[in-house]
Design a protein around this ligand. Structure first.
Ligand code: ADP
Length: 430
């Protein structure tokens, strides 16, 4: 088995896919694992992204899980480790970006150069830029972007040097845009200077993909890189890898096509409306009816009976997606958590049933919904394929529900994708 070049640890599920997508576009063959695998990698890959759910768990748990991921990635031969977090630097005053980064640095301490790492959530393609250490989301600072009101990780300070310093024991510095603009040599000299000044971690400015491409070569040989998904575009070249279509090659698609949507985000609601307007078959799931009938079992069998005769004619959509007002009304009656769990379990059982009926091309909309569906399908790893829209690739996975050919699936987080995503996705596979 060939060793992997890049070993990645992502602090959430759809973020892992976002990173994998960027690596594939830069030419790497990438496998995404759901959690730390218990077996060695059984596929040829240049990079593996281990997807954790460590963003908002207690810092000590995030550290333990990340170290377990590190050990597995090292056993697969990873030459460089990439810790991936959100492009809005989602964290609390105590973590988990700082504690995980420092724990990884300590675990890698025997490798030359592991006394220093960088941090930048810059992802210009998605409007995330870092200037003088400050993170912008589109045209506004992070703390004015809506992220200041996030229920779990409110981001009230856009100065990332300050934010990261509050989470770290090591001294945090800055590699600013003037240095980055001068290219890899200047970045490397700045790193040497920061090291000499006792700085262990530096936030890096980047306002364009050109900045990220200049940063890439400067990071060659650094044992640990920490970043959003943007930095990934400049790393594969360090391993002699160039963009190519073969990186995203997946087995030929077979079987029926279906969409399961539990996301109520604005973009998803538009995608549902566009699919319905196109005249394709669509079935709405009503959470209040689910609750009234004592759970989802009846709804699952009704939905599958509805889909069975339609599937041979083309893609079908089964959705609980609803407007914010409708969602609120359901949450008032059932409770936020209970409503979410009920809908997720029902949609996951429907996804499983659809695959049992012969669906082999499955679109799932919603981050939490995707987690539930992947679990119901007992999927432990996926090969990452071609991009459908930024941040959303097709993937191929083995599942005991699809023992013949495996399954093509795409996991779309709420606000990603154009309005025609649910139809366009299938044409991308043919
Ligand atoms: P997104 O990626 O858009 O945030 P998620 O799947 O992560 O989507 O989250 C959507 C949540 O809303 C899930 O927990 C889902 O079960 C729940 N949900 C879906 N439809 C409804 C609905 N009609 N009413 C209430 N909750 C819903």
């Amino acid at each position: 088995m060939k060793k992997i070049f890049l070993g990645c640890i992502a602090d959430d599920f759809t973020g892992a896919t976002d990173l994998a997508n960027n690596l594939v576009r830069a030419g790497m063959r990438v496998v995404q694992a759901m959690g730390v695998p218990s077996q060695p990698l059984d596929a040829e890959a240049d990079a593996v992204v281990v997807a954790l759910k460590s963003r908002t768990v207690p810092a000590a748990d995030a550290v333990q899980e990340s170290l377990a991921a590190l050990r597995w990635l090292q056993a697969q031969g990873a030459q460089q480790i990439y810790f991936k977090y959100c492009s809005t630097f989602d964290s609390t005053a105590r973590g988990n970006i700082g504690p995980v980064t420092e724990a990884l640095m300590e675990a890698l301490a025997e490798q030359p150069g592991a006394d220093f790492s960088i941090a930048t959530p810059a992802f210009p393609d998605n409007g995330r830029t870092v200037f003088k250490g400050h993170l912008f989301v589109g045209d506004v600072l992070l703390n004015e972007s809506g992220m200041q009101n996030h229920p779990l990780t409110p981001m009230t300070d856009a100065n990332l040097v300050r934010v990261l310093q509050a989470q770290c024991r090591r001294k945090v510095g800055l590699i600013d845009y003037k240095v980055v603009a001068q290219g890899p040599e200047a970045i490397r000299s700045r790193i040497d200077q920061l090291r000499a000044d006792g700085v262990g971690l530096a936030v890096v400015d980047a306002v364009s993909n050109d900045d990220l491409m200049r940063l890439g070569p400067a990071l060659k040989g650094l044992p640990l890189v920490t970043a959003g998904s943007g930095v990934a575009i400049g790393l594969p070249a360090n391993f002699g890898i160039a963009p190519s279509n073969t990186a995203s090659a997946l087995p030929s698609a077979t079987g029926f096509q279906a969409v399961v949507s539990g996301s109520c985000s604005l973009a998803t609601n538009r995608q549902v409306a566009a699919f319905v307007a196109s005249g394709r078959p669509a079935l709405a799931i009503d959470p209040l009816q689910l609750a009234a009938s004592g759970g989802g079992e009846t709804a699952v069998s009704q939905a599958l009976a509805w889909a069975k005769d339609l599937l041979p004619q083309g893609p079908v959509l089964i959705y609980s997606s609803a407007t914010p007002d409708a969602v609120k009304a359901v949450q008032v009656q059932l409770g936020v958590q209970a409503a979410g769990d009920l809908v997720e379990h029902t949609l996951a059982a429907i996804a499983r049933g659809l695959v049992d009926l012969g669906v082999r091309q499955l679109v799932v909309a919603g981050g939490e919904t995707s987690g539930a569906c992947v679990q119901a399908l007992a999927i432990s790893q996926m090969k990452i394929g071609p991009q459908i829209d930024p941040g959303v690739p097709w993937c191929h996975a083995q599942s005991d529900a699809a023992p013949d050919s495996g399954l093509h699936l795409t996991l779309k987080s709420g606000n990603f994708g154009t309005d025609d995503f649910f139809s366009k996705a299938f044409t991308r596979l043919t």
